[in-house]
Design a protein around this ligand. Structure first.
Ligand SMILES: CC(C)(COP(=O)(O)OP(=O)(O)OC[C@H]1O[C@@H](n2cnc3c(N)ncnc32)[C@H](O)[C@@H]1OP(=O)(O)O)[C@@H](O)C(=O)NCCC(=O)NCCS
Length: 214
């Protein structure tokens, strides 16, 4: 498996990356910010993405987004093709994109928002901490990315204070060491997600009378 910084020679993979992200979101029945192949291509051309290939076959991808004039960066759009899951590839890609972000944007805070337990675990081990949304970027264009997520109404209803996603932040000024030994309390996060779902979806049902997905 090759894990490298993507460039324009990887343009042919932009479509399969978008398709795999969208298909996986459908399978999970979860919200996701939609990406276009053109957007993915820009990330490759700017050296702001990591791609994993097994020979010529697409295996995984993740890219860097820059917000608030490089005050914040996000490692977004993590995807591992179903054929390559559960063998530590997401961990390796995230580590590669994290190291690349630290080199290229050494002063930036690195953050992400996610509903995925796998991503929370990986981020925690890299030294991210769970934080409230108020500690993340206020850059409007970042939050606009959530508009294509099916849970966007929850974010607006809470005035951007919370959503089903959990915010996680790595602050280079705080020098938190990677947590190889201490593990994320995944039971607590699964429980928290289920509480948020019950709370937000119940409210939605009561106000609209529409049956929503659990
Ligand atoms: C989530 C995803 C990236 C994981 O990829 P992967 O290569 O299978 O993950 P890894 O093998 O590196 O696993 C990393 C850790 O997460 C755990 N994990 C993997 N998939 C998981 C899942 N669906 N639920 C809970 N934990 C999971 C692994 O057990 C491992 O934990 P460990 O360190 O305690 O062993 C992959 O399933 C995927 O692309 N899913 C669809 C897109 C997605 O959900 N992206 C995240 C956006 S929020």
């Amino acid at each position: 498996m090759k894990i490298v910084i993507a460039n324009n020679t990887h343009a042919k993979y932009a479509q399969i990356i978008c398709d795999t992200i969208e298909e996986s979101a459908k399978v999970r029945g979860t919200g996701i910010a939609r990406r276009t192949p053109e957007y993915i291509l820009t990330k490759m051309e700017n050296g702001n993405a990591i791609i994993a290939l097994e020979g010529e076959t697409f295996a995984g991808f993740c890219y860097i987004e820059i917000w608030g004039h490089e005050k914040f960066v996000a490692n977004s759009g993590l995807i591992v093709h179903p054929d390559f899951r559960n063998r530590g590839l997401a961990k390796d890609i995230k580590k590669a994109v994290f190291d690349h972000s630290r080199k290229k944007y050494p002063d930036a805070k690195i953050f992400g928002i996610t509903t995925g337990l796998a991503v929370m675990k990986i981020n925690y081990e890299l030294g991210y901490q769970p934080v409230t949304f108020s500690e993340l970027t206020t850059d409007e264009s970042f939050w606009k990315g959530c508009q294509t997520c099916k849970n966007y109404d929850i974010l607006t209803r809470t005035e951007r204070k919370m959503c089903l996603c959990t915010g996680m932040l790595y602050d280079p000024a705080k020098k938190v060491k990677p947590k190889e030994k201490s593990r994320l309390n995944d039971k607590a996060f699964t429980r928290l997600k289920s509480i948020k779902q019950t709370l937000f979806f119940k409210k939605e049902k009561a106000t609209t009378g529409v049956k929503t997905q659990k």
